[in-house]
Design a protein around this ligand. Structure first.
Ligand SMILES: Nc1nc2c(c(=O)[nH]1)N[C@H]1C(S)=C(S)[C@@H](COP(=O)(O)OP(=O)(O)OC[C@H]3O[C@@H](n4cnc5c(=O)[nH]c(N)nc54)[C@H](O)[C@@H]3O)O[C@H]1N2
Ligand SMILES: Nc1nc2c(c(=O)[nH]1)N[C@H]1C(S)=C(S)[C@@H](COP(=O)(O)OP(=O)(O)OC[C@H]3O[C@@H](n4cnc5c(=O)[nH]c(N)nc54)[C@H](O)[C@@H]3O)O[C@H]1N2
Ligand SMILES: [Mo]
Length: 772
C-alpha cells in the first residue's frame, strides 16, 4: 500500500460499527448535507444546480448511467449523484501557483482523496522536467507540441499511439474522438468499458445479438420477479431503488445473489416519501438473499436451470405439457437447448453446492420464484463481469432467461447496470478497439478516407504494448487510467518511458503524476457547466443504461481560468494531427454541436433518427433493440444458448491458503475518485485500508480481528505482488472469500488475470494469501 505522508486515514483509523439504517432515508440526507461545507459551496447555488439534475431541460448526472425517467421526481437525484455534482462544482482550485510550487515527486505522496480535493484544474499545464513541476502554458503552445509529436509518431507507425476514453464524455465528443483516431490511422480506442461491461458486450452479442441491455424503465412496472446478481444498487445506481421499491410494493419478488449483504438490496427508505421519513419506515427489497461464493454464479445458474429442466422432464417435457419451460419459445427462437439440458441433468447437486457455496434448497427456492413468474428481469453488475469466466456468467444468465422466454415481452429481459454516465453511448458512436465497433464502410464514404481494419488495443493489450515498448503516446480523454488498471506497480514503473502523455481532465489524479517525456494536463469544462461556442451556448447528449439518449445542457459558470470544452479540445487536436479534409470541417462542428449530431445521424441513421428533436423528449430517444421484438442478430438468426466450460468462474484452483479477493467500491467514492472515508452501509469509516474476512477464516488462518496484515497474490508468472497495511475486519462474507477496496488493491491483480473472452479485468476473484 502506498504510504501517504499527509494521510491520516491509515488502518489504525478504521472504525467499525453496525449500520442499522436502510439505504436512502435520513442517512442519505445527512450524507448530502455534509457535502456543501466540504466543497466550499453556496447552498442556494447548489440547490439551483441540483434542481436541474436529470431533467429534460437540465443536465444529465455525471455519476452513474442509470435510466432517466420521463416523469422525474422534483428532485431526481441521489446522495451519490449529489456528491458527483458537488465534486464538479467545488469551490476549490488546483491553481497554477500551487502546481508550480509542488514537485510531482512530492505530489505522489498525497492520497487519491487529497489530490482531487485540491479542486478543479484551471489552466493547461506542461510538465517541466528541470523543476519536476507542471507549469502553465498556452493552448496554442500545447496543441503545437502535442500535434508535432503525434505527427512524428504517425510517420513511424500510427499504431504506436493510444486514445483512451473514460465513459463520461458526451456522444458528440466521443464521435469526434473515434473519428480522429481512425483518421489518424489506428483502432487503438480502449475505453473504461474494457474494465467494466466489455464482458456484457461480448456475451450478449454472441447469445442474443445485441451487445447491450434489453430492458427499459417501464419493465419494472411489469416484472413479476427480478433476479439481482453482483450489483450494489444502494451505492452505485441508487436512483434504481425507486422503481425497485415500487415494484416490490406491488408484489414483485426480488431474489439477490451477492457474497455481501448490501444494504440497498436489503431495505430502502425513500427520501422523497414523507411517510418513510417521518415514521422511519423502509421497504424490504429482497425477498430472498443468497450469499453466493465469489465466482460461484455459474453454479447457481446451472442449479436453477437443472431444477427447471428436471421438473419439466417430470411433467412431460414438451410443448403444452409443462409450465416449467417455454418449449414453444425454445423451439422457435433458440439454438442449443438440448445440449444445455443434457449438461444440467448430468451436473450433480453436490458439485453445484460446492462451487456456489449455497445449499441446494436455496437454489431451488430461487428457481421456484423464477418458475412462478410470468415475466422476469435479470439485473447484474461487476459481480458477474469481472471474473476469468465472466462471459460465461453472463451467458448462463441469458440461458436461464431463455428457458422461459423472458425476452421480448413486458417486464422481462436482461439489465446490465452500466457504470459511467455515457459509457454505453461512447460505444454506440464508435469508440471501441474492434473494427466492428464502428460502421467503417459508412465512415469511409462519409469522410472519404480509408479506416484502419485491424483490431486495435484495448486496455489490457495497451498495457502489454506499453510494457513491451510498443506504444509511444497515450492520450486520455478523462479517467485515471494508471490507477484504474490492474498491476499498478508494474505499470507505474514503465509509464514514464512513454514519449507523450496527454490528459484531458477536470481534476488532478495519480495518472497525471507519471508524466511521459512530453506531458500535458489539459483542463476541460464539465457537463454541468455552460459551454459557449461561436453560435452560442451548446447542448450535448448522453445515452443511459437503458439505451435512451438525452440532451444535457450545462448552465453553471465554468471555473475562472483558461478552460476549453471537450469537443473543442478534440476538434483542435484533430486539426493539428490530420491533413485538411474537404468533407469535414472541425471548426464548424466545434462552433455548433448540432452539426456533429447531424453527422452522427448520417452515420447511424436508424439509431439516431430525428436525433436533434427526440433527444429533448421526456424519457429521451430510445435507440431501439431488436431483441425487444424477438429478432436475433446472431450468426444463426436465433438466440444461441451457450455451454459453460465448468461451474466456477474464478479461473483458478483453490488451495487451503487461497482466498478469493473481490475488490469493492465504497459508498463514498466514484471509481478512483474518493469522496471520503465513510462506507456507511457497510459500517466502515475512517480508513479504506481494511480487509473484510469471515470469522471462521480468521480463526482457521491463525489471525485475529484488527490485526494489520498484507495480501500477496498467488500467481505463477514471475512477478511478486503484495499490498501491505490492511486491517482485518470480521465480516459476514462467505468462507474463503474476502473483500478490500479498489483502487488500493489493484497492485494485486495480474494484468493477465482477466475474462478469457472479453479481457475485462477479473477484479472480483483474485487469488491471494494473507501475510502477517
Ligand atoms: N457512487 C458510485 N456510483 C458508481 C460507481 C462508483 O464508484 N460510485 N462506479 C460506476 C461504475 S464505472 C460502475 S462499472 C458501476 C459498478 O457498480 P457495481 O456493478 O455495483 O460494482 P461494484 O461496486 O464493483 O460491486 C459489485 C457487487 O458485486 C458483488 N460481488 C462480488 N463478487 C461477486 C460474485 O462473484 N458474484 C456475485 N453475485 N456478486 C459478487 C459485490 O459484493 C458488490 O456488491 O457503478 C457505477 N456507479
Ligand atoms: N480493482 C478494480 N479495478 C477496477 C474496477 C473494480 O471494480 N476493481 N472497476 C473498473 C471500472 S468498472 C472502471 S469504469 C474503471 C474506471 O476507470 P476510469 O474511468 O479511468 O477512472 P475514473 O476514476 O472514473 O476517472 C476519474 C477522473 O476523471 C476525470 N474527470 C472527471 N470528470 C471529467 C470530465 O467531465 N471530463 C474529463 N475529461 N475528465 C473528467 C477526473 O480528472 C478524475 O480524476 O476502473 C476499473 N478498475
Ligand atoms: Mo465501470
Amino acid at each position: 500500500m502506498t504510504k501517504h505522508k499527509s494521510d491520516d486515514h491509515g488502518p489504525a483509523q478504521a472504525q467499525i460499527t453496525d449500520y442499522e439504517g436502510p439505504a436512502g432515508g435520513w442517512g442519505s440526507m445527512k450524507g448530502m448535507a455534509a457535502i456543501l461545507p466540504k466543497e466550499k459551496l453556496d447552498p442556494l447555488d447548489m440547490a439551483n444546480l441540483l434542481r436541474r439534475q436529470n431533467k429534460t431541460d437540465g443536465f444529465q448526472c455525471v455519476s452513474c448511467a442509470w435510466s432517466k425517467p420521463a416523469h422525474p421526481h422534483p428532485v431526481e437525484f441521489c446522495e451519490n449523484g449529489a456528491k458527483a455534482t458537488a465534486w464538479e462544482a467545488t469551490g476549490y482550485r488546483t491553481s497554477p501557483e500551487w502546481l508550480e510550487t509542488h514537485p510531482v515527486t512530492a505530489l505522489r505522496d498525497l492520497s487519491d482523496y487529497e489530490l482531487e480535493q485540491h479542486g478543479r484544474l484551471t489552466h493547461p499545464v506542461r510538465y517541466d522536467p528541470a523543476t519536476d513541476t507542471y507549469r502553465t502554458t498556452t493552448w496554442d503552445a500545447a496543441f503545437a507540441e502535442i500535434g508535432a509529436e503525434l505527427r512524428r509518431i504517425k510517420a513511424r507507425d500510427p499504431k504506436r499511439a493510444v486514445f483512451y476514453s473514460s465513459g463520461r464524455a458526451s456522444l458528440e465528443t466521443s464521435y469526434m474522438y473515434q473519428l480522429m483516431a481512425r483518421m489518424y490511422g489506428c483502432n487503438n480506442l480502449p475505453d473504461s468499458s474494457n474494465m467494466c461491461h466489455e464482458t456484457t458486450g461480448v456475451a450478449l452479442k454472441k447469445t442474443i445479438g445485441e451487445a447491450v441491455g434489453t430492458t427499459r424503465l417501464d419493465d419494472f412496472e411489469h416484472a413479476d420477479a427480478i433476479l439481482f446478481f453482483g450489483q450494489n444498487v444502494g451505492s452505485n445506481s441508487p436512483r434504481m431503488l425507486h422503481p425497485l421499491r415500487t415494484a416490490v410494493k406491488r408484489g414483485c419478488k426480488v431474489v439477490t445473489f451477492n457474497p455481501l449483504k448490501e444494504r440497498g438490496l436489503e431495505r430502502f427508505a425513500d427520501p422523497q416519501n414523507p411517510l418513510d421519513m417521518a415514521l422511519g419506515t423502509s421497504t424490504p427489497i429482497s425477498t430472498q438473499y443468497h450469499q453466493v461464493k465469489t465466482g460461484g454464479d455459474i453454479a447457481v445458474l446451472m442449479g436453477m436451470c437443472k431444477w427447471l429442466i428436471e421438473a419439466d422432464d417430470a411433467a412431460g417435457g414438451k410443448a403444452g405439457g409443462s409450465t416449467f419451460l417455454d418449449h414453444d419459445f425454445l423451439a422457435e427462437h433458440t439454438t442449443g437447448y438440448e445440449a444445455l439440458a443434457e449438461r444440467a441433468r448430468g451436473t450433480s447437486w453436490e458439485a453445484i453446492e460446492a462451487a456456489s457455496g449455497l445449499p441446494r434448497v436455496d437454489i431451488i427456492a430461487a428457481a421456484r420464484v423464477y418458475a412462478e413468474a410470468k415475466a422476469v428481469m435479470a439485473v447484474y453488475g461487476m459481480g458477474l463481469t469481472q471474473h476469468v469466466r465472466g462471459t460465461e456468467n453472463v451467458d448462463m444468465l441469458v440461458n436461464l432467461l431463455l428457458l422461459r422466454g423472458n425476452f421480448g415481452k413486458p417486464g422481462a429481459g436482461i439489465c446490465p447496470v452500466r457504470g459511467h454516465s455515457n459509457v454505453q453511448g461512447q460505444r454506440t458512436v464508435g469508440i471501441g478497439h474492434k473494427p466492428e465497433h464502428a460502421p467503417l464502410d459508412i465512415l469511409a464514404a462519409q469522410y472519404g478516407f480509408k479506416p484502419p481494419r485491424e483490431e486495435g488495443l484495448d486496455t489490457t493489450t495497451a498495457c502489454e504494448g506499453i510494457l513491451a515498448g510498443e506504444v509511444d503516446a497515450f492520450i486520455q480523454l478523462g479517467g485515471n487510467f494508471v490507477r484504474a488498471i490492474p498491476d499498478t506497480y508494474r505499470m507505474e514503473a514503465v509509464w514514464q518511458s512513454l514519449s507523450l502523455t496527454v490528459h484531458v481532465a477536470t481534476k488532478l489524479n495519480r495518472s497525471h503524476l507519471l508524466p511521459g517525456k512530453i506531458a500535458y494536463v489539459l483542463p476541460c469544462i464539465g457537463r454541468t457547466e455552460r459551454d459557449d461556442q461561436a453560435t452560442g451556448p451548446q447542448t450535448v447528449s448522453i445515452e443511459d443504461s437503458t439505451s435512451c439518449i438525452h440532451a444535457s445542457i450545462g448552465t453553471r459558470k465554468a471555473p475562472d481560468g483558461d478552460l476549453m470544452s471537450e469537443p473543442a479540445i478534440v476538434g483542435r487536436l484533430a486539426k493539428e494531427i490530420l491533413d485538411p479534409n474537404p468533407k469535414l470541417d472541425w471548426d464548424a462542428w466545434v462552433g455548433d454541436y448540432r452539426l456533429i449530431r447531424t453527422a452522427i445521424e448520417a452515420t447511424f441513421p436508424e439509431k439516431f433518427r430525428d436525433y436533434e428533436a427526440r433527444m429533448h423528449v421526456p424519457g429521451g430517444l430510445d435507440k431501439g433493440n431488436a431483441v425487444r421484438g424477438r429478432k436475433w442478430l446472431t450468426e444463426s438468426g436465433k438466440a444461441q444458448i451457450q455451454l459453460p466450460t465448468g461451474l466456477d468462474s474464478t479461473g483458478f484452483a483453490d488451495t487451503p491458503e487461497t482466498l478469493r479477493l473481490m475488490t469493492l467500491r465504497s459508498n463514498d467514492q466514484f471509481n478512483t475518485t474518493i469522496y471520503g472515508y465513510d462506507d456507511r452501509f457497510r459500517g466502515i469509516s475512517g480508513s479504506r485500508q481494511v480487509v473484510l474476512m469471515n470469522p471462521e477464516d480468521i480463526e482457521r488462518l491463525g489471525l485475529a480481528a484488527d490485526q494489520i496484515v498484507g495480501l500477496e497474490t498467488i500467481y505463477d508468472d514471475g512477478h511478486d505482488r503484495s499490498v501491505l497495511g490492511l486491517r482485518i475486519v470480521p465480516y459476514e462474507v462467505p468462507i474463503g472469500c474476502i473483500g478490500a477496496y479498489y483502487p488500493e488493491c489493484n497492485p494485486l491483480i495480474p494484468l493477465k488475470h482477466h475474462d478469457i473472452e472479453s479481457q475485462t479485468l477479473a477484479a472480483k476473484s483474485v487469488p491471494v494469501r494473507v501475510v502477517a
